[in-house]
Write a protein that binds this ligand. Structure first.
Ligand SMILES: Cc1cc2nc3c(=O)[nH]c(=O)nc-3n(C[C@H](O)[C@H](O)[C@H](O)COP(=O)(O)OP(=O)(O)OC[C@H]3O[C@@H](n4cnc5c(N)ncnc54)[C@H](O)[C@@H]3O)c2cc1C
Length: 441
């Protein structure tokens, strides 16, 4: 057995896994196919690229993904270290400057002595080598075939979309205004207010706009197009009903237009993309419209009449395994315990969740290389609950899952003060359990 652990993919999961393994004193060879080859969603040669939103979502431990982030901080996560170092103002969410975030991680990985980076695509596993496959939801085709056929994992796809980014200097701030909902925290969001008339025109244009062809995908996948609810294209959501957007991303409540002194009929929000505040993304506007249609329809939003699009929204296929049949709670294959998977392809959903699975897989890959036993995270922790979900599944067909309190075992006693108070208790228990677990391993 080689003393070096190999990792495929320097994304969120692969970088976190590499970091965890290196911290255990084990050598890592990290393979990344960029810059030689890019997936349809990756554009930068740096590691841990955030391909869509720049938000890592809530930072409160009363929220499941907030708890997950705190657990990761306590377990020495590189991704969380980078996120905390490069955060941009976003109310109670942890959003980052994506360029600085990715650069921070790349610099840390490249300057760690026992991590060797190899810029090459992998399409198979080396013999007698502990391996972490973290090639992501857009795993290159040769690797996907190897996983499917040689490793016998089968294949499954669904679809995801990314939102456009506009240049701040092109936003008409005579119309749009900075504010946070209910004036909570700093006024981090740009708000574009719509009258009923403006919303009607925008809505009609959106539901009838032309969608792009799914060029990258095979015919069979297109026929059975499935969209993950958490990343649904705005035009698909709009077609569900006239008011769906007004109860979703275009919700006007708690936002007072300073020019008229009252709430608008609908509001489009934009969030900072970078620390300098020169780029903003349209919140909830993941889309699959053609680029000219995005330009035409999104410029109907008041304040965006002359918006300059720095990046248009795109839609891509995602790949994930039927993990309950394949993986243990360490993310190792049951039939090949030297081969670990990590990241979105295991069926965890989201940036933080992907990195979290990399942390668990990396720690266990290092232990395997050292000849030590498995470290199965307790299910009372969010890291452990996600690993348990992935290895066991839930009710019905296996589907990707965000961190949530529903997958954590109940407290077993009643808590006064409603859901938030209960979640705080679950978080307290999780963090205590994690502290004991980390001391014991
Ligand atoms: C279009 C899109 C939008 C998304 N938007 C969001 C969002 O807004 N918020 C959110 O929380 N999550 C989002 N996700 C889901 C998910 O959180 C991200 O995909 C996340 O980056 C997954 O992390 P990962 O480490 O599994 O994979 P990635 O971060 O994608 O990393 C995989 C890496 O492996 C490399 N690679 C691929 N194949 C090979 C190979 N054969 N050999 C070597 N290297 C290889 C790739 O170049 C890449 O660098 C989105 C996913 C997609 C596809």
């Amino acid at each position: 057995m080689s003393a070096t652990v190999e990792i495929f993919g320097a994304g969120l999961a692969g970088c976190e896994a590499a970091w965890q393994i290196a911290r255990q004193g084990i050598s890592v060879r990290l393979y990344e196919m960029k810059p030689q080859k890019y997936t349809p969603a990756h554009h930068s040669p740096t590691f841990a690229e955030l391909v869509c939103s720049n938000s890592l979502r809530s930072d409160s431990t009363a929220n499941a993904v907030g708890l997950l982030k705190e657990e990761m901080r306590r377990a020495g996560s590189l991704i969380m270290e980078a996120a905390d170092a490069t955060r941009v103002p976003a109310g109670s969410a942890l959003a980052v400057d994506r360029v600085l975030f990715s650069k921070y991680i790349t610099d840390r990985i490249r300057s760690t002595p026992n991590i060797e980076v190899v810029e090459a695509e992998r399409a198979d596993v080396s013999p007698d080598t502990v391996t972490v496959i973290a090639t992501g939801p857009l795993t290159s085709e040769p690797m996907a075939d190897y996983i499917s056929e040689t490793l016998g994992c089968g294949k499954l796809h669904f679809f995801d979309a990314a939102a456009p980014i506009v240049d701040f200097s092109s936003i008409n701030m005579e119309v749009a205004y900075f504010a946070s909902r209910y004036d909570k925290g700093d006024a981090d969001y740009i708000n574009c207010p719509m009258t009923e008339e403006q919303y009607n025109a925008f809505y009609q244009a959106l539901i009838s706009a032309e969608e792009a062809e799914l060029k990258d995908f095979d015919r069979e996948s297109q026929k059975s197009l499935k969209v993950f609810e958490g990343c649904m294209p705005v035009e698909v959501m709009a077609r569900r009903g006239y008011d769906t957007l007004r109860y979703g991303p275009l919700k006007p409540v708690g936002l007072i237009d300073p020019r008229v002194g009252k709430e608008s009929f609908a509001v489009v929000q934009l969030r900072k993309e970078n620390c300098e505040g020169t780029m903003f993304n349209l919140v909830g506007f993941q889309t699959h419209l053609t680029f000219p249609e995005q330009r035409r329809v999104f410029r109907m939003i008041p304040g965006l009449e002359n918006a300059e699009f720095l990046r248009y929204g795109v839609m891509h296929r995602n790949t994930y395994l039927n993990s309950p049949d394949l993986l243990s709670p360490t993310y190792a294959m049951r039939t090949r315990p030297d081969v670990f998977f990590a990241g979105q392809m295991t069926g965890v959903e989201g940036y933080v969740e992907s990195a979290g699975s990399g942390l668990v897989a990396g720690l266990n890959a290092a232990r395997r290389a050292k000849g030590e036993g498995e470290a199965i995270f307790p299910e009372e922790t969010m890291l452990g609950a996600m690993a348990a979900y992935v290895s066991r599944g839930g009710v019905g067909a296996f589907a990707p899952m965000n961190a949530n309190f529903g997958i954590i075992p109940p407290l077993g006693y009643r808590v006064r003060g409603g859901k938030a108070a209960k979640n705080e208790k679950l978080s307290e228990r999780a963090l205590e359990t994690l502290a004991n677990f980390l001391t014991d391993i």
